[in-house]
Design a protein around this ligand. Structure first.
Ligand code: URA
Length: 231
């Protein structure tokens, strides 16, 4: 990989900015100053430093974001987008899936397209768990309908969902696909309405409740391995 690409991908600036860092003799490879930013480096073996500080190369980045309300799940747009909350300049990051603007909670931000595809593909039945505040209580009959696969507007049949009441007007809902506004449409089909919606889990990845809304942290090695795993 080219040295400027490695540095730019890891968030050290644009290609032009990292070229300047090289010209200023601030970048070294294996202890030797390298001024030519198009130099080839082995990202797995070579030690690259900026001002003597090692640049850690990671092929992919994974962040868990506690999404606040008021942000669109997109990389750019006219309204505030979730990527505005990610301050690292790492290249190619995107939100894995969509939460509505008013939905809060777990959102995976990554540049690993294969993992995102695996998590979002409907054929993989990846579980998404939500904490749902409802206008009216969810009844036993509603829970049975959700478990059988409820038909939402337009005659679309949803995959079976597990609904676990938490209190009178709050439940945990586990769905296995990601249709547009799925949870809201499910509740509407039950003549009810979602008042608050927070995602708690995606597959094995559980929202870290120590993250305040708008905060994020890198995934641990265990969390990444478990998301990639078939279980
Ligand atoms: N279902 C919805 O209706 N909205 C979301 O944001 C996520 C799931």
């Amino acid at each position: 990989m080219r040295l400027d690409k490695l540095l730019a991908n890891m968030g050290y600036g644009t290609r032009n900015e990292v070229r300047k860092l090289c010209r200023e003799r601030r970048v070294a490879v294996n202890g030797t100053i390298v001024t030519k930013s198009d130099a080839k480096v082995d990202e797995e073996k070579d030690t690259v430093t900026l001002d003597g500080v090692p640049v850690l190369y990671e092929k992919y980045t994974y962040f868990m974001l506690n999404k606040p309300a008021g942000f669109i799940s997109a990389t750019e747009g006219n309204e505030p987008v979730v990527m505005d909350l990610i301050t690292e300049g790492i290249k190619g990051l995107f939100p894995c899936g969509r939460l509505d603007k008013d939905t809060t909670g777990l959102l995976l931000i990554t540049n690993d397209g294969d993992l995102a595809h695996a998590l979002l593909s409907p054929k993989n039945n990846v579980e998404k768990e939500y904490l749902v505040g409802t206008e009216k209580p969810v009844t036993e009959s509603d829970i049975r309908k959700l478990a059988q696969g409820i038909t939402i507007d337009g005659g679309v049949v949803c995959k079976p969902a597990d609904c676990i009441p938490v209190n009178e007007k709050t439940c945990r809902l586990i769905i296995r696909e990601g249709k547009f506004h799925e949870v809201k449409r499910m509740l509407e089909a039950l003549d009810n309405r979602v008042v608050t919606l927070k995602r708690l889990r995606m597959k094995t990845l559980v929202l870290d409740e120590t993250l305040a809304e708008g905060e994020y942290r890198p995934l641990t090695e265990e969390e990444i391995a478990s998301l990639r795993g078939s279980e």
